[in-house]
Write a protein that binds this ligand. Structure first.
Ligand code: 8X3
Length: 250
């Protein structure tokens, strides 16, 4: 990857759709060279071509994949830890260990792997920024959601810990905790069941990926001394995880 030395580089994980894709587009429009990482390379390449970025295959659950991805980055100014998600909705008694493993691998260890690998470059940039997309599930526990809520709590605590550990270093840290955003999130959670996924957003006006991307863009365009620590963002129709005002559907 050959870039002019003053080109600022933003890395976005999970960039092939949803919040990741919208964030990649927003940061590119702000002048960053965006490196998009995800497993679906075809889709990633299309987006990268449209925004003048670079598409690189990335599986945040795989150490070798993370190493290969990070090795080719000449510099990193912004890291957006967006890869992750939920699988299943089950009481603890019926917890599916494979679903838990997937959620902890993607949300928690994925964020750890990427952050660990890129911290030296973020520090070296002189004004690094790490944005971690957690969830309202990082603040509450809800019935049948323990795999996801525990993973999001852990991911958030990892991110929040860095705020203290990096004091004195030129790196800012922002946690964005969205509520209901209509993306592939629920489709993944319910194993591709479109009807069940659509019900999550029925009768409400959910957030869309662009709403979150614009917040990342705002955060990334603040001057170096301004650190937005935590941003919780929900649809007006949502008071908390699982607590919505829904209008009746005809
Ligand atoms: C997902 C948030 O409110 O849709 O991260 O469960 S919510």
């Amino acid at each position: 990857m050959s870039l002019s030395p003053d080109t600022r580089v933003a890395v976005v994980t999970g960039a092939s759709s949803g919040i990741g894709e919208a964030t990649a587009r927003t940061l590119a429009a702000q002048g960053f060279h965006v490196v998009l990482g995800a497993r679906r390379l075809d889709r990633l390449e299309e987006i990268a071509a449209e925004i003048g970025g670079t598409a690189l295959e990335l599986d945040v659950t795989d150490e070798d994949s993370v190493d290969a991805f990070c090795a080719v980055l000449p510099r990193v100014d912004v890291l957006v830890n967006n890869a992750g998600g939920a699988k299943g909705l089950a009481p603890v008694l019926e917890a599916d260990l494979d679903d838990w493993r997937w959620m902890w691998e993607t949300n928690v260890l994925g964020t750890l792997r990427m952050t660990k690998a890129l911290l030296p470059k973020l520090i070296e940039s002189g004004d690094g920024l790490i944005v971690t997309v957690t969830s309202v599930a990082a603040f509450t526990a809800y019935d049948n959601g323990s795999g996801y809520t525990s993973a999001k709590h852990a991911q958030a605590v990892l991110h929040r810990t860095l705020r203290g550990e990096l004091l004195g270093k030129p790196v800012r840290l922002t946690e964005i905790a969205p509520g209901a955003v209509e993306t592939e999130f629920s489709l993944v959670r319910f194993g591709g069941d479109e009807e069940r996924a659509a019900k999550v957003y029925e009768g409400i006006t959910p957030l869309v990926a662009q709403d979150i991307a614009e917040i990342v863009g705002f955060v990334a365009s603040r001057p170096p001394h301004v650190n937005l620590d935590q941003i919780i963002v929900k649809p007006r129709d949502q008071a908390d995880s699982g607590r919505f005002h829904r209008t009746a559907q005809s």
